[in-house]
Design a protein around this ligand. Structure first.
Ligand SMILES: O=C(O)CCC(=O)C(=O)O
Ligand SMILES: [Fe+2]
Length: 203
């Protein structure tokens, strides 16, 4: 399918019922992506943070960081994360993602999966302060990881995509009502991956 703002951008629609998920495999070039990956490893305030699960405090199986507009609080799973101000590389990525999606984002949540043992369990990005039908733009760098989607109610209709170095995945419309997603563990993967999800937090 053709995108009017990025006529050369190849894309494929992953979900078009009860939501809208579109994948752009080559959003950034190989060279840009290599540069961005090393910049992010060096210049992001990575931390391993706890979350509350079933009344217990457990460490998340990955490193995280939150950047965005100051003075807009953003938290999930019982934690409030410190918001760091936009830095140069994040501003560059944000500008490109905003042009394609025609959305202004306030925050980016970053996840650093150090190897295949790092993961993210089934969830929806449905925090109240993202509004009814949030547009979420997810950019990936580093080793390709499997991203799975399935229907929230039935746990059926499983879809799987490999999110590659420099790719963009856009989740829009009613996706967060009807679909949940995860990054499963993999015993074979020994290399790191970084994912950025751009979000618009309503004030
Ligand atoms: O790492 C990914 O591709 C998914 C990240 C994600 O689902 C999230 O940050 O909510
Ligand atoms: Fe998510």
């Amino acid at each position: 399918m053709q995108n009017t703002l990025f006529p050369n951008e190849k894309s494929s629609q992953i979900i078009n019922t009860d939501g809208d998920v579109t994948y752009y495999p080559s959003f950034f070039s190989q060279e840009e992506s290599d540069q961005i990956m090393s910049d992010l490893i060096k210049n992001i305030e990575w931390k391993q943070e706890p979350i509350w699960m079933f009344g217990k405090k457990i460490m998340q199986p990955r490193l995280t960081a939150l950047y965005g507009d100051p003075n807009v609080a953003y938290g999930y799973s019982g934690i409030i994360m410190k918001v760091y101000p936009w830095n140069e590389i994040l501003q560059t990525i944000k500008a490109k993602v905003e042009t394609l999606s025609n959305t202004d984002f306030t925050h980016v949540l970053l996840n650093y999966y150090r190897n295949g043992q790092d993961s993210m369990g089934w969830h929806r990005d449905n925090e109240k302060n993202l509004g009814e039908n949030p547009t979420i733009a997810s950019v990936s760098f580093g080793i390709s990881r499997e991203f799975q989607l399935r229907k929230y109610e039935t746990k059926k209709d499983k879809k799987s995509i490999l999110l590659t170095h420099g790719s963009l995945l856009m989740m829009q419309g009613e996706t967060q009502h009807f679909w949940e997603h995860q990054i499963p563990k993999s015993n074979k993967i020994i290399n790191p991956r970084i994912n950025l999800t751009f979000r618009k937090v309503l004030g």
